[in-house]
Design a protein around this ligand. Structure first.
Ligand code: SAM
Length: 232
């Protein structure tokens, strides 16, 4: 028998069948699988299994995330959207009253993102470079409550801060998947993480969560931080 129960985070569910327990979200676009994920019909709804191997946000929840700022109705900016795997689950969570501005700079990858947005009214795809937030400022109707970042770039903390500064105000949230090997291919992992976290700290962001994603995501840390000072 399959049971589906609400997770402690609004818009996220736990599904248990005789084989395993997984995370899932209620689909905003029933009948459509985005990345080959399993669709489960239950009562009059459809749920999508949220893979911890394909999505760092799902892995972070599994690893004990304590704050989940992405909630029904939120307005979020997602940097490094790729073809939309995690964006699609965020879109489910936000529901029809929320909006996700999804930035991806690879035109080829963004084609799939644009295709995804055609079936979901709450996704606004933006083909741009996350290092230059002023280039897409005219498209983003703020204020943004959460900036989520998963880009393979060397200066990840700085990119997050520049976007927070451009689109957010006091109390907003940053969520950052630190991809260590995009920062330094050889240095000690703890040193890489400490440096990025110190950068966020020195910029005045309050670190709320700091999770090791391994073994679900090798060489990644997941940080949740909050704007608690004026950004200059
Ligand atoms: N977040 C996605 C998910 O969970 O479904 C996976 C993202 S993938 C690890 C990183 C993506 O960031 C790639 O698609 C890459 O093209 C994009 N990217 C890297 N640098 C970027 C930049 N400066 N601006 C926008 N996108 C960038």
């Amino acid at each position: 028998m399959t049971t589906i129960t609400p997770h402690q985070f609004l818009g996220v569910f736990t599904i248990t069948d005789k084989e395993r327990t997984s995370l899932c979200t209620e689909s905003l676009a029933p009948g459509l699988s985005v990345y080959g994920e399993k669709l489960i019909g239950h009562e009059d709804k459809e749920y999508r299994i949220w893979s911890t191997r394909r999505s760092k946000l799902s892995a972070a929840i599994k690893r004990g995330l304590s704050e989940m700022p992405i909630q029904p109705g939120s307005k979020i900016l997602y940097l490094g959207a790729a073809s939309g795997t995690t964006v699609s689950h965020c879109s489910d969570i936000l529901g029809t009253n929320g909006t996700i501005y999804a930035v991806e700079f690879s035109e080829r990858t963004a084609r799939e993102l644009i295709h995804l947005a055609a079936s979901r009214n709450n996704i606004v795809p933006i083909v741009e470079d996350a290092r230059h937030p002023t280039r897409y400022a005219s498209v983003v109707a703020g204020p943004i409550e959460v900036v989520y970042q998963d880009v393979a770039q060397p200066n990840q903390a700085t990119i997050l801060y520049e976007n927070l500064k451009t689109f957010c105000s006091f109390g907003a949230w940053g969520m950052l998947a630190i991809k260590a090997r995009s920062i330094d291919s050889a240095a000690n992992l703890d040193e890489i993480y400490s440096k990025e976290i110190s950068t966020l700290d020195n910029l005045g962001l309050q670190i709320v969560d700091n999770l090791d994603l391994s073994p679900l995501e090798k060489d990644h840390r997941f940080i949740v931080c909050r704007v608690t000072e004026e950004m200059t």
